[in-house]
Write a protein that binds this ligand. Structure first.
Ligand code: NAP
Length: 516
């Protein structure tokens, strides 16, 4: 059995004391353990700030961008080991694993390219200059500079490589050192990714540390220039946001939490439209990719009442055809959920939903004899307004059809009952319906994905998070905004308004690109 180590203060160390077990969800056997007992968290934070931060800020955006490019290549190099570990310590098929790993390398590469365009400086002009006085002599300009603290990155179990690397890309490019903590259940993939990052040998000492296990009293040591970027459940996020030190010291916090993402089928879409097939294909993919363990997976499917029977028949047929089994088998399309805890949570979740909905396919029972397997589970709500259907995120291959009248107003009301979402997908060729729904749901969603006949051939599916557009959402989705090009650097930089002589403020600090 492997003991996974942490990388702190320039060395790999095994934690002492209690260890967290990691499982192979196909065989249910324990395969590894990890823990952070004995690690002095105060000195980890100090090391990041004093060594890592200082070294990162000694160079500018372009040089840090070069490091990101090298990290992308290093993680790509480790792809075969990462794919194998994703199967044994996550239940991921090859396709699922690639979604995570290629997402990680792609995001690092994207920020490398963006960073190269920012020049050699360490500040960014933010917006245009502003005339403040009677004439243009007295001038204003906003700029962004790297904050002087450490970034704590706490990640969820479902994207061990992408979750770590997308946060790292923004943090390092901004010039802020990272202390990265993976979700314990799939920490082996995160550990291998961390090894690739350290072994690449490009980052200055202290720029990246990796805590493989519990966070201990890490958060107690953060201060006003530090930040915490958290990804995980809404319940854990809310608990951490209220941490006394984070509140007392005004530590910046970004939460990426859970979301009952809605897919909305427009009343105009008939079964001979390309959009109909796009809708069915995307919903089936979303429910089964990564065994439904995606924060962006569709959980609520709004279908006009007169189309529910047709959708149930076609979707059930697609879901029933998905090959379930050992993810190492190339013919398999869906593996088990990742851990014993997940298995228990999903089982209980489907049972709870079925008090308000009939099960059209799948169910809460184990699929097969052994392992944490479920069949894809589609439910149809008795009453689309039942509160639980808008509150309970079942983090597995499970979604519920909510029949609605076909009115834009009702679609908006039901979609927004999720209380804040990462992404809502909308399928319609009716521009009036689409516009009404977009404007009605946008305040409650970080991203609205619009599918129509026009984009059916080209559209990437809505579950896919792209580094050039924002990831995050209001309300229960956490209120965070990660990625989105330069938006992704906001957590790590301080915006300051400069006011003074245009000849100095405007020329020295304004402009389209950063200067040294
Ligand atoms: P979780 O149980 O909330 O845990 C998330 C992270 O918080 C883990 O690393 C966990 O560590 C850590 N944690 C728990 N208690 C902590 C504490 N007191 N101090 C510091 N860290 C603490 O979530 P999960 O089960 O890993 O992930 C699934 C959830 O994440 C789902 O709800 C999903 O929707 C959400 N998610 C959201 C996004 C997004 O971008 N919005 C992306 C992926 C997943 P341990 O694992 O060691 O307990």
């Amino acid at each position: 059995m492997t003991t996974l180590e942490s990388y702190v203060k320039g060395a790999w160390v095994a934690g002492s004391g209690d260890q967290t077990p990691l499982f192979d969800p196909t065989t249910e056997a324990q395969i590894a353990e990890c823990g952070t007992g004995g690690i002095d968290m105060a000195s980890v934070v100090a090391h990041a700030r004093d060594e890592g931060g200082a070294s990162l800020r000694r160079v500018g955006f372009a040089e840090r961008a070069g490091w990101l490019r090298a990290l992308s290549a290093a993680v790509h190099e480790a792809r075969p080991q990462l794919i194998a570990a994703s199967a044994t310590n996550g239940g991921s098929t090859r396709g699922d694993a690639k979604f995570d790993i290629d997402g990680a390398t792609g995001t690092l590469a994207y920020y490398a390219k963006l960073g190269a365009s920012l020049g050699d400086g360490n500040f960014l002009p933010d917006g245009d200059g502003i005339q403040l006085g009677r004439t243009g002599r007295f001038w204003g300009q906003h700029i962004r500079t790297p904050r002087l603290g450490a970034a704590v990155h706490i990640n969820a179990f479902n994207f061990p490589a992408w979750g770590m690397c997308e946060k790292l890309a923004c943090s390092l490019l901004a010039g802020v050192p990272a202390i990265s903590k993976p979700g314990a259940a799939t920490a082996q993939v995160a550990w291998l990714t961390a090894k690739a990052i350290v072994d690449a040998g490009v980052l200055p000492e202290g720029a990246f540390q990796f805590l493989c296990g519990g966070a201990g009293d890490l958060l107690d040591h953060l201060g006003p220039q530090d930040c915490m970027a958290f990804t995980g459940s809404a319940a854990t996020g809310a608990r951490l946001k209220g941490h006394a030190t984070l509140v007392g010291a005004n530590v910046r916090v970004s939460l990426e939490a859970d979301s009952l993402n809605a897919a909305i089928l427009g009343p105009d879409v008939d079964d001979d439209a390309e959009t109909w097939n796009l809708f069915l294909a995307n919903v089936a993919t979303d429910m089964t990719l990564k065994t439904g363990q995606k924060c962006t997976a569709v959980r609520r499917i709004l279908v006009p009442a007169d189309k529910v029977d047709a959708v149930v028949a076609e979707l059930s047929a697609r879901l029933g055809a998905v090959a379930i089994g050992n993810p190492a088998d190339e013919a398999v399309r869906m593996g088990p959920v990742a851990s014993p805890q997940q298995f228990e949570d999903v089982r209980k979740g489907i049972e709870a939903l079925s008090a308000h909905a009939r099960i059209a396919c799948g169910g809460p029972e184990r699929h097969g004899e052994k392992g944490f397997f479920f069949a894809p589970t589609l439910l149809v709500a008795h009453d689309p307004d039942a509160a639980l259907l808008h509150e309970l995120e079942v983090f597995g291959p499970c979604a519920t059809i909510l029949p609605y009248s076909g009115d834009a107003a009702e679609a908006i009301r039901l979609a927004n009952r999720g209380g804040g979402g990462l992404v809502a997908s909308l399928y319609s060729n009716d521009r009036k319906f689409t516009e009404a729904v977009v404007l009605g749901i946008a305040p409650w969603h970080g991203r609205v994905w619009i599918g129509s006949d026009k984009v059916a051939e080209q559209a990437l599916h809505p579950g896919m998070v792209l580094p050039m557009t924002i990831h995050g959402g209001p309300g229960r989705a956490g209120g965070g905004e990660e990625l989105g090009g330069l938006f992704g650097l906001e957590l790590y930089t301080q915006r300051t308004a400069l006011q003074g002589d245009q000849g100095f403020v405007g020329r020295r600090f304004g402009g389209a690109s950063a200067e040294s």
